[in-house]
Design a protein around this ligand. Structure first.
Ligand SMILES: C[S@@+](CC[C@H](N)C(=O)[O-])C[C@H]1O[C@@H](n2cnc3c(N)ncnc32)[C@H](O)[C@@H]1O
Length: 282
């Protein structure tokens, strides 16, 4: 809100607090998980102010153009579109990534894969297979500039998003279209592959809006994991493979890696304590 808007008389439109309460109630009725937070993020976006500012401005009246902007955002969220797509961005570690429906919205648990990469020796080379928005590759380069990082994805649309994120953030990561490793070699391979079993019911935010190609991987969800483990097993130059998994799949992925000849296979837990990544070495 600009100063002129803040000085408008009380009759100019509903107050910030009232709009938040209405938004929250509507999102709750629509079945959203975090209606209060979402209403704050959307109103903040409509007014171009932070969430903290909304608290301070609770009693200020909102100009009708901003009320209409908020209404448009609210309608999208009521249709269960994820907030990250509505805002067009998502924070991941120290970065803010631009996201849209061409890419999966990066999840907090995927930060674990970045932590695996942070342990690599100086100047190691890494491929982030199935990079999507470029989240893992870009966060790794941001926090370990000495690493040589490449991001690949089967989807040309995803690579376009990842390249744009890299250019905007000024991070030197090479992005390319590829089907899994496609013969490439690096010291380490990290991947958050699609791992949802086909046909598994998902929340509307995911099922209706996120790209199916980023989610599903065969009846057990492990088709792509199995293929990538096989490719790494046949590529002696790769010293480390780190995969994000559904916690229900962790023990099966451990067995797959061991059967493929990888050693020191270990499971890593995310901040919620779930078995979220499997790491193998040779
Ligand atoms: C679960 S998303 C992960 C995106 C990103 N790494 C993240 O964590 O936010 C999986 C990605 O795998 C890509 N993908 C699907 N099949 C692939 C394949 N055969 N080779 C490479 N990438 C693939 C999808 O396009 C999608 O971007």
């Amino acid at each position: 809100m600009d100063d002129a808007a803040m000085e408008a008389p009380a009759t100019a439109g509903p107050a910030v607090g009232e709009l938040l309460a209405r938004g929250r109630a509507r999102l709750e009725a629509a079945g959203c998980d975090t209606p209060r937070l979402d209403a704050e993020l959307l109103l903040g976006e409509a007014l171009g102010v932070s969430r903290a500012r909304l608290v301070l401005d609770r009693d200020e009246n909102v100009p009708s153009a901003d009320v209409e902007r908020f209404e448009r955002l609210l309608l999208r969220r009521e249709a269960r579109e994820p907030v990250a797509y509505i805002l067009g961005r998502r924070d991941f570690r120290r970065l803010t990534l631009n996201v849209d429906r061409r890419v999966l919205i990066p999840r907090p648990e995927t930060e674990l894969l970045v932590e695996v990469g942070l342990e690599l020796p100086a100047a190691a080379s890494v491929i982030d297979v199935a990079t999507g928005s470029g989240a893992v590759a870009l966060a790794l380069k941001d926090e370990r500039p000495d690493l040589s990082v490449r991001g690949t994805d089967l989807s040309p649309d995803a690579i376009e998003v990842a390249r744009a994120n890299g250019a905007r953030l000024g991070l030197e990561v090479e992005f390319a279209v590829a089907d899994l490793l496609d013969g490439a070699v690096a010291d380490a391979v990290l991947a958050n592959l699609p791992y949802v079993p086909s046909g598994e019911p998902l929340e509307p935010e995911i099922a209706l809006y996120e790209p199916a190609r980023a989610l599903f991987a065969g009846a057990g969800g492990l088709d792509l994991v199995r293929r990538l483990v096989g490719e790494v097993a046949g590529s002696p130059g790769v010293a480390l493979l780190g995969l994000e998994v559904d916690p229900r799949q962790a023990s099966e992925v451990v067995a797959l890696m061991r059967d493929a000849g990888l050693e020191e296979v270990e499971v890593r837990r995310d901040l919620a304590g779930s078995e979220r990544a499997v790491v193998g070495r040779r």
